[in-house]
Design a protein around this ligand. Structure first.
Ligand SMILES: [Zn+2]
Ligand SMILES: [Zn+2]
Length: 81
């Protein structure tokens, strides 16, 4: 029964890349015929990002955008004060 519990827990949230959906068990190729690795480890609440060139590119772009949004929000709240 304990074995089954562990199995269920791993099924609950598979660690996968948020962009291409590859997992620990099924890594994709990173564009240089190497299996990908995590550049951002998946957490229980958030999917990770793998080293696939496409995923890295989108991840960097997203990060930049998030930064810009945070900056804008900070400015807006500063003006409100
Ligand atoms: Zn990926
Ligand atoms: Zn991958």
């Amino acid at each position: 029964m304990q074995f089954r519990q562990i199995d269920d827990a791993s099924k609950l949230k598979a660690s996968s890349c948020r962009y291409c959906g590859c997992t620990d068990k099924t890594p994709c190729l990173d564009g240089m015929d190497e299996p990908c690795y995590w550049i951002e480890q998946p957490t229980r609440t958030r999917d990770g990002v793998c080293s696939n060139l496409k995923c890295v590119t989108v991840f960097r772009r997203d990060k930049k955008q998030a930064k810009r949004v945070a900056h804008k929000q900070a400015r807006t709240s500063a003006r409100a004060l």
